[in-house]
Design a protein around this ligand. Structure first.
Ligand code: ATR
Length: 286
C-alpha cells in the first residue's frame, strides 16, 4: 500500500546538525522522532563538516534554503562569528548551538542550552523555585556558562562556582560579571551545601569512562534539588548518592531533549513535547 510510504517532497523543510565528528550525535534520532510523531514534511540529517570548511558550509546551507541547523563541537564558537544576528542568550553565553535561516537570507544564532537546563528542571522538579536559595555549580567548562547565565536570568540569588582549576572559575565569573557569582575552592565543596537550593554537576566526572565525582553530600540541605549534565549513565554516582539521602534528583538527558525544542519549533512550526517515550527512543530502548 503506497499510502504508508513517506518520502520527501519538493517543498520539504530541511535541517540538520553540523559537527566534526557528528556520528555520535543523538540529534538526528531526536528530531527524527518529532518529525514522524507530528507528521512534518521535513528531514533532519547529520552534517559532518571539518573546521576549515565550516563557514562556507553554513553559507551553502543558507543558499540551499535549509530551515536551520544545530551546531555542535567544535563549531559552537566559530558559528558565533558567521551569524548576522544573535539572540540575547547567544550574546550573553558567547556561543551558538541553534541557527535559523530567514526568508531574506539572514543567519540568526541562538543558544538554547540554558533553556534546556531550566526546562528540564521545571518538568522533572515542578516544585523548583530558582529564587529561593544558592545554586552550587561544579565545573567551569563549556557547558557551565549557559547554565550560570540561565540561573541568573531566573533570579537565582547566589551562584557558588567551584572548579578544580580555580583560575578558570575566576575567569568565567569575571566574564559573566555578575555580583551574585562567588568562586569557592574545589576542596570546600562539602562546606557550602547546607543552605543550597540546587546542586549541579557540569564537569565530565561520573561519565562512562571518566573518574567518579567524589563529593560528600552529608551536609546537603534536605530540600536541595540535585542535577547532573552527564547522562551516560543516566543515574550517575552523584545522583545515586543524592537519591539515597532523599534529595530530589533530575538526570541530564532532559537537558539534551529540551534544548532541541526551540530549533524544531522555529524550523518546523511546532513546539514539540518531551515525553517518557521520547527518552526511551533516544536512548535506543524502544
Ligand atoms: P567542556 O568545555 O566541553 O565542558 P572541559 O572544558 O574539558 O569540557 O570541562 C570539563 C570540566 O570538567 C571542567 O570544569 C574540568 O575542570 P578543569 O577546568 O579543572 O579542567 C572538569 N574536570 C574534568 N576532569 C576533572 C577531574 N578529574 N577532577 C575535577 N574536575 C575535572
Amino acid at each position: 500500500n503506497s499510502n504508508n510510504i513517506r518520502t520527501l517532497s519538493g517543498t520539504s523543510r530541511l535541517a540538520g546538525v553540523m559537527g566534526w565528528p557528528v556520528a555520535h550525535s543523538k540529534s538526528p534520532r531526536l528530531q527524527g522522532y518529532w518529525l514522524a510523531k507530528y507528521g512534518v514534511d521535513g528531514s533532519y540529517m547529520p552534517l559532518p563538516v571539518a573546521p576549515e570548511n565550516f563557514v562556507s558550509a553554513v553559507k551553502s546551507l543558507r543558499d540551499l534554503d535549509f530551515a536551520g541547523v544545530n551546531v555542535t563541537i567544535p563549531h559552537k564558537q566559530a558559528v558565533f562569528d558567521v551569524c548576522d544576528q544573535l539572540s540575547d542568550r547567544a550574546q550573553h553565553i558567547g556561543a551558538v548551538n541553534t541557527v535559523t535561516f530567514t526568508d531574506d537570507g539572514k543567519i540568526l544564532g541562538d543558544n538554547t542550552d540554558g533553556f534546556g537546563f531550566i526546562e528540564n528542571l521545571r518538568q522533572n522538579a515542578p516544585e523548583i523555585d530558582f529564587t529561593c536559595g544558592p545554586a552550587v555549580i561544579l565545573g567551569a567548562g563549556g557547558a557551565c556558562r549557559a547554565i550560570i547565565v540561565s540561573l541568573l536570568e531566573e533570579n537565582c540569588p547566589e551562584i557558588r562556582l567551584l572548579n578544580r582549576t580555580k583560575a578558570r572559575a575566576t575567569a568565567l565569573a569575571g566574564e559573566i560579571n555578575d555580583p551574585r557569582i562567588r568562586v569557592i575552592d574545589w576542596e570546600q565543596a562539602n562546606h557550602c551545601l547546607d543552605d543550597a537550593a540546587l546542586l549541579v554537576n557540569t564537569t565530565s566526572l561520573g561519565m562512562v569512562g571518566q573518574p567518579p565525582l567524589e563529593i560528600d553530600l552529608a551536609g546537603l540541605a534536605a530540600q536541595a534539588i540535585v542535577t547532573d549534565i552527564v547522562y551516560a549513565p543516566l543515574k550517575t554516582g552523584l545522583l545515586t548518592q543524592a537519591e539515597a539521602r532523599g534529595n530530589r534528583i533530575v538526570d541530564g538527558l532532559g537537558m539534551l531533549l529540551h534544548q532541541a525544542r526551540p530549533g524544531f519549533h522555529r524550523w518546523f512550526g511546532i513546539d514539540p513535547a518531551v515525553s517518557a517515550e521520547l527518552r526511551d527512543f533516544v536512548l535506543g530502548v524502544s
